[in-house]
Write a protein that binds this ligand. Sequence first.
Ligand code: AMP
Ligand code: ZN
Length: 111
Amino acid sequence: MADCLFCSIAAGTIPADVVLETDDVLAFNDINPAAPTHVLVIPKRHVDSAAGLGPDDAGLLAAMFSAAARVGEKCPGGWRLVTNVGPDAGQSVIHLHFHILGGRALGWPPG
Ligand code: AMP
Ligand code: ZN
């Protein structure tokens, strides 16, 4: 999608610190990390958010969760998967992404 930051990262036209790539999914370090491990997992094709997912996206979701699990392996103490949807949740990039956070004790509930 034109003018989408994460589509541009997926296409390689904007650089990112990539940690994992598959046919359908890219994972890269968050530019403003909130924890020692803070990786974003995105689908290469544009989906606005988790609100745009449906039964046809089962394979894509499996690929995203599988990538998240691989990223989480570097956090033996545990890790958290978060996806923000819409303004109340603080979604700032309108392209589906999982935040994978770990490497320190994480508070709950989030703010
Ligand atoms: P959210 O607020 O849930 O939409 O998360 C968007 C995330 O993208 C934030 O944690 C930002 O720090 C991160 N971010 C924004 N621009 C970039 C970029 N160019 N490379 C990596 N992460 C980014
Ligand atoms: Zn996009």
